[in-house]
Design a protein around this ligand. Structure first.
Ligand code: GLN
Length: 487
């Protein structure tokens, strides 16, 4: 049995029965990381020693008969924009390359309370801006299914680590698709919960009205387990919702007879790879076979989501990133006076995509342009939300492709920001509306995974998980693992 191929739920049973210890499994995953990391390059920072200490503590607690939850002793890792006390948190940016947070994000506290073992921090596009991981200022992560291809982004390291067996699960962040698009590229499950469901305290902000933390796992059962551990109200995040968290695990019932699924026609846009469309249509047929009622529907403002997103997200980013001034955080590059110091620090500290976004956002917010761009984008955002409100009067869930294509080649879109932005066509509208959505494997094209996206009503992650689980129980795409060419 190869430990690194197990899911969280499988591993947690073995741990509970004492068939394997947390130290054993942590050691096995550290070895796995050693074996594949020179090719995959998912980790920015590794914390093997600390992980082994945590694993030992859990084994001792278990030996004493303490009651432990399903994540106890399970090795995982975090996208490097989630603050970890005493462990550097870089956002894959030169400006934060040596920054060590003095506190843990709420989700990190939650996972520590659940007894998790943390293996390290995972690579990403700088400040979560990108769709391929090529915007990391350190190095690009490679897709475990084909090393010449991107893992997607911006949570590329977080999905590659799970797909390659270098962590049993990870947490990513999703502002416009950054959990779901890479999950689809690497054949794993990724969920963006409803805006407000998971605390953002300690998540380094990109676009605060869109950002949300979520789980990246090998299957839907694990997704439910991790989601349960991180969801809930947090007094440190005023946008977190004060609502009870359902027992997502309980909600996993294979029965979806009568579930109403809408298929928005705008998501099957021009430029979509035919194999992607074919797999998604086959998935829809599978849902029908399982008793769901599937119907074509329309979300008429879909085409405006991408341009509106690039105004809202850049506007918020330009404001959020103003704090990196060489005084309060991270890198400082001296200059003859304070203005020159600011300029030197930000010129050297930020990469080209981050600079592009700051300039776009500053422009959209500047006087004389605010009404024409930013305000208009906010109005479009309302129209997009209303499209979904209408659709959810008739449907429980909407089904679409996660991304119009499978993973593309490293370098293929790196020089063309617009082509890169189009990669998030199917995921961005969901952030604009603040809804929950999950991506799960639904097929392969040229040996590369394809993702199905299910979109739910606000705070109804339960129905999403239920539908995703039913699909998973009747297919075996989620059981496929990439061949990494190592023993
Ligand atoms: N790829 C999108 C962007 O570059 C979304 C990123 C994200 O979700 N963080 O903005």
């Amino acid at each position: 049995m190869e430990l690194h191929n197990l899911t969280v739920s499988e591993l947690s049973k073995l741990l509970a029965k004492g068939e394997v210890s947390s130290v054993e499994v942590t050691t096995a995953i550290i070895d796995r990381i050693e074996a594949v990391e020179n090719r995959v390059q998912a980790y920015v920072t590794r914390t093997a020693e600390k992980a082994l200490e945590q694993a030992k503590a859990i084994d001792e607690a278990r030996a004493k008969g303490e009651e432990l939850g399903p994540l106890a002793g399970v090795p995982m890792a975090l996208k490097d924009n989630i603050c970890t006390e005493g462990i550097r948190t870089t956002c894959s940016s030169r400006i934060l390359a040596d920054w060590v947070p003095p506190y843990d994000a709420t989700v990190v506290r939650n996972l520590k309370d659940a007894g998790s073992v943390m293996l390290g921090k995972l690579n990403m596009d700088e400040f979560a801006m990108g769709s391929s991981n090529e915007n990391s200022s350190f190095f690009p992560t490679h897709n475990p299914w084909d090393y010449d291809r991107v893992p997607g982004g911006s949570s590329g390291g977080a999905v590659a680590a799970v797909a390659a067996g270098e962590a049993f699960y990870s947490l990513g962040s999703d502002t416009g698709g950054s959990i779901r698009q890479p999950a689809s590229f690497c054949g794993v499950v990724g969920m963006k919960p409803t805006y407000g469901r998971v605390s953002r305290y300690g998540l380094i902000a990109f676009a605060s009205s869109l950002d949300q933390i979520g789980p990246i796992t090998k299957d839907v059962t694990d997704c439910a387990l991790v989601q349960k551990a991180i969801a809930g109200h947090d007094a440190h995040d005023s946008t977190s919702a004060d609502l009870p968290v359902p027992d997502y695990q309980e909600a996993l019932k294979a029965e979806i007879k009568g579930l109403k699924i809408g298929i928005p026609k705008e998501y099957f846009a021009e430029g979509m790879e035919p194999e992607v469309e074919e797999s998604v249509r086959k998935a829809i047929a599978k849902f029908e076979e399982l008793g769901a009622i599937c119907e074509e529907t329309s979300l008429p403002h879909t085409e405006y989501a991408l341009p509106a997103y690039y105004l809202v997200a850049t506007a918020e980013a330009s404001s959020n990133l103003a704090r990196y001034d060489g005084v309060s955080y991270g890198l400082r590059v001296p200059g003859k006076d304070i203005v020159e110091m600011y300029m030197n620090t930000r010129s050297e500290g930020f990469g080209p995509e981050v600079k592009r976004r700051i300039m776009l956002g500053t422009y959209a917010l500047s006087s004389g342009y605010y009404d024409a761009y930013y305000l208009k984008a906010l109005k479009v955002r309302t129209l997009i939300r209303k499209d979904f409100d209408e659709a959810f009067k008739r449907y429980d869930v909407l089904a679409t492709p996660t991304s119009p294509t499978v993973a593309f080649k490293l370098g293929e879109k790196a020089g063309d920001p617009l082509a890169m932005y189009l990669s998030d066509l199917c995921t961005i509208p969901i952030n604009m509306a603040g809804l929950p959505a999950i991506s799960l494997p639904c097929g392969f094209s040229q040996g590369l995974p394809i993702g199905l996206q299910l979109i739910g009503k606000p705070f109804d992650e339960t129905t999403l998980l239920q539908a995703a689980y039913a699909f998973e129980q009747n297919t075996d795409y989620h059981r496929q693992r990439p061949d990494l060419g190592v023993a």
